[in-house]
Write a protein of this length. Structure first.
Length: 416
């Protein structure tokens, strides 16, 4: 087991300072975290974090609240350690004025994600910033026991770096493959085909925090919808990368998988024959079109199954992928898959992500082939958008609900 757990040197990152003054990253605006719930206490906290107010007087003027109310609410936020108050060092004469600053490290969420053959554990603070990060490569033959031990190891290494006043409010698994989100069970993933029905709450029981799970594409699409208002109420996220999968919305809400699987189009079978898939069947789409099956032929010895899709995309951008016969087959199969999906859900927008669409010539060929294929009769097809898969958005989409719940509890309001 040691060989599996230490197969690749693991990267860690030290996050931003806990107290943030006058500069707030874009993650703060993620609506999945409930800053704008209407509570005066939440409005005060948001104003301080956004740099709109640095004193009690600023808050009175900005929010049109009585000074006594602001004083009482700020005192509550100071006691809960969501805010801190310090002397303004810029004051040159007389008694220094007091400055309010936000404690972004007051609560944190542990998020587990997967990149190619590597498991990542990242601790995110209240602003969605990384406090700590560890990763470990796992060979394809890993079992439940090895993956469980890896999760425990990554948890220990990341949580150990939390400050004493940081409260871990939950652990969230954002995973590829089949995920039972109700029971927090990782049912199956082609990355580790020997792993079956891993009970994530049982794996994490010693940490005594809420544990939940979601599909990675669902989490990413949730964050994309929250951040980009241009996306329509019928949006599909189609990922063509290490694996192939899809997430979609219904009336503007992500269709979460619940107890059943959803979006495993990579295992749509095209033939009774063909290569054997990691799922144990033959003729699946991934056997002709996924990065795990095409990578060795396209990149030879340069193909690293543990490399991130972002690094593979950088290589693909410089290649003439269309010269490979295997890419021509993959292109045709993925085009037909997407067209068939559009005949079922009729999305208005399709976001295509992954390293393949990072290649300009391949993306042009894909769009042209999809246009020729059409949807049905003379019905217009969806808008196609090419984008890299965003690990940042996936983590924010996964962590947002837990951060929101943790913040609501600290603010003294019941969770919705």
């Amino acid at each position: 087991m040691r060989q599996n757990l230490s197969a690749r040197a693991l990267r860690d990152e030290v996050g931003p300072p806990a107290f943030v003054e006058n500069e707030v990253p874009a993650q703060f605006e993620n609506p999945s975290i409930g800053w704008e719930s209407g509570s005066d206490k939440a409005r005060i906290l948001a104003a301080v974090f956004r740099g709109q107010a640095a004193s009690r007087k600023d808050l009175v003027d900005l929010l049109s609240l009585r000074s006594s109310s602001v004083s009482e609410l700020v005192s509550d936020l100071l006691r809960s350690q969501l805010l801190a108050e310090t002397a303004d060092r810029r004051t040159r004469r007389g008694r220094p004025s007091l400055v309010l600053i936000g404690n972004s490290h007051r609560i944190a969420v542990l998020v587990f994600t997967v990149t190619s053959q590597a498991m990542h554990a990242t601790v995110l603070n209240l602003l969605g910033q990384t406090i700590a990060h560890e990763a470990c490569e796992l060979r394809p033959d890993c079992t439940n026991e090895i993956i469980s031990a890896t999760i425990e190891l990554l948890s220990q290494r990341t949580v150990a770096r939390l400050k004493s006043n940081t409260k871990l409010v939950g652990a969230r698994f954002s995973l590829p493959g089949l995920v039972n989100t109700v029971a927090a069970t990782w049912v199956f993933s082609t990355r580790w085909p020997l792993m079956r029905r891993l009970d994530l709450r049982e794996v994490m029981q010693k940490w005594d925090v809420p544990v939940s799970a979601c599909r990675n594409l669902d989490a990413e699409l949730h964050a994309r919808l929250a951040r980009d208002k241009r996306l329509s109420s019928r949006t599909m996220l189609f990922h063509w990368g290490y694996g192939i999968g899809v997430a979609s919305t219904s009336e503007g809400q992500v269709r979460f998988s619940g107890t059943e699987g959803f979006g495993e189009v990579g295992h749509w079978r095209w033939t009774d024959e063909g290569a054997e898939c990691r799922c144990g069947r033959r003729g699946c789409l991934e056997t002709t079109s996924a990065l795990w099956s095409l990578g060795p032929a396209l990149l030879g010895e340069k193909f690293d199954p543990a490399a991130s899709e972002e690094s593979i995309a950088r290589i693909f951008r410089e290649m003439d992928l269309l010269e490979f016969p295997s890419i021509q087959i993959a292109l045709r199969n993925v085009v037909l898959t997407l067209a068939n999906l559009c005949r079922v859900g009729f999305p208005r927008t399709v976001v295509m992500s992954g390293p393949f669409v990072a290649n300009a010539k391949l993306w042009i060929a894909f769009r042209e082939a999809f246009l020729r294929e059409g949807i049905l009769l003379d019905l217009p097809g969806p808008d196609l958008i090419a984008d890299e898969r965003s690990r940042e958005l996936e983590m924010l989409g996964a962590a947002g609900p837990l951060l929101s719940t943790g913040l609501e509890r600290l603010l003294g309001r019941p969770s919705d």
